[in-house]
Design a protein around this ligand. Structure first.
Ligand SMILES: [Zn+2]
Length: 418
């Protein structure tokens, strides 16, 4: 067996699907009995909860966005009647909105899988720089670290100077928090005269709540010898996915059902295409089915060489609202930036237009230097574009140098919806 947190991470894919179907049905049954909102939802759908028998039946339920959740909670405070009215809630977290979240105490291994996969465990002293004030982050990350036997310093949002002092005095071996704050702490340590790599023992960092730029990751790993890991979750649903040592996508946690959907229809998109991340956390306290995160991603189904059999999220490509949909597929700004990095000797711009009810994708390419072989360039560009965006370019035009500017939009949507 691979080095996993538990058996579930390596179970056959079919077994996971079977378990998930059962868990969803159990949660629907409990929700129907204990939450008036869930009963109302089924009445509106003119369905009985027992009619949901498979994961594809589950698509019939509406997606609940953060905005919708706030609406529910405002009309029926504090939890929008999505909670189990008989549950023993040990704490209530607050996030902007405001959204009130009863703590899911039965899932107190939140984030433990992620820390385990990053190689953290007994003997580690971890600086937890997530806020402990009102929000779920600090305490839930703390709980995950304790679950795998690490010692935690609840430093939260203390000043960078104090964080440096703690790293030094308590021989901190790992950090958890945002990448930008770790960089601030390192800069502060250097300003205080320390050599971060030589003077301190910090060798691992697990990040969440903020994207990790590849250049920053490289800096942490090369200059400071800190092995970095990304974790992904949401306050409303807890931990969702995490990186293993292979760092090729984020494994989906065993306690959640993750769907990638088309926000326009609420239905799942074909495997490998970009869509909105929708999460349901199996639990008996808060019946938040199909929570729409607003994040864009796609799922990798092929097995990971680490031995875990769970599917992986291919990072986060951006927010649904920032992406443009062409022929039913999302193109996210982050994908275009990846292309821009690869073809750094040219400028380009995408135009989306519509002819006879069909989307047309035109790319304008402007090489920065003259004399480039346009035939091979076009071929390479088309191929790379298809790999990254999974969509075909209809027309490709070359522009004369000086036509586009660096601050021009990478994508221009010219469609008119009449
Ligand atoms: Zn893996």
């Amino acid at each position: 067996m691979a080095d996993c947190y538990d058996y579930k991470e390596c179970m056959p894919v079919e077994e996971r699907e079977r378990r998930h179907s059962l868990q969803i049905m159990e949660m629907l049954k409990a929700g129907y009995q204990k939450s008036s909102r869930i009963r109302k939802m089924f009445t509106e759908l003119k369905m009985d909860h027992s009619e949901i028998k498979t994961l594809s039946d589950f698509e019939k339920l509406p997606v609940i966005s953060r905005g919708k959740l706030i609406e529910f909670e405002m009309s029926e405070p504090p939890y929008g009647e999505l909670n189990n009215r008989d549950a023993d809630v040990d704490r209530i977290f607050i996030s902007p909105g405001p959204v009130y979240e009863p703590h899911l105490s039965e899932n107190d291994n939140l984030w433990a899988r992620a820390y385990y996969a990053a190689g953290i465990g007994k003997g580690d002293v971890v600086l937890n720089a997530f806020s402990y004030h009102m929000v779920a982050a600090g305490l839930t990350f703390h709980g995950g670290l304790r679950h795998i036997g690490a010692t935690v310093i609840p430093s939260g949002t203390s000043s960078s100077q104090l964080q440096v002092q703690l790293i030094r005095d308590l021989s901190v071996t790992a950090y958890t928090g945002t990448p930008s704050f770790l960089m601030i702490i390192i800069n502060k340590a250097e300003e205080m005269g320390y050599d971060f790599k030589k003077d301190f023992r910090m060798r691992r960092a697990c990040f969440a709540a903020e994207p990790l730029a590849p250049s920053l990751r490289d800096k942490f790993e090369r200059e400071y010898a800190i092995d970095t890991y990304q974790m992904y979750g949401a306050t409303e649903v807890g931990d969702v996915s995490f990186e293993c040592k292979k760092k090729k996508g984020w494994h989906i946690c065993e306690e959640v059902l993750l769907e990638i959907i088309d926000p326009a229809t609420g239905k799942r998109v074909p495997t490998g295409t970009l869509g909105e991340v929708v999460v349901t956390r199996f639990n008996n306290i808060f019946f938040l089915f199909r929570f729409g995160t607003g994040d864009l991603s796609r799922v990798i189904e092929s097995p990971c060489t680490c031995g875990r059999t769970s599917f992986r999220l291919d990072g986060i490509a951006g927010r649904v609202g920032d992406a443009v949909k062409v022929r039913g597929l999302f193109i996210a700004p982050s994908q275009l930036n990846m292309i821009k990095e690869k073809f750094n000797n040219m400028r380009f711009q995408l135009l989306v237009s519509r002819t006879s009810h069909e989307d047309i994708l035109t790319v304008k390419l402007e090489p920065k230097e003259a004399g480039i072989n346009t035939v091979s360039l076009e071929e390479k560009f088309r191929e790379h574009f298809k790999d990254v965006c999974t969509i075909r370019i209809d027309r490709l035009e070359f522009l004369n140098p000086g036509t586009l500017r660096d601050d021009d939009n990478l994508i221009v949507d010219q469609r008119e919806w009449k």
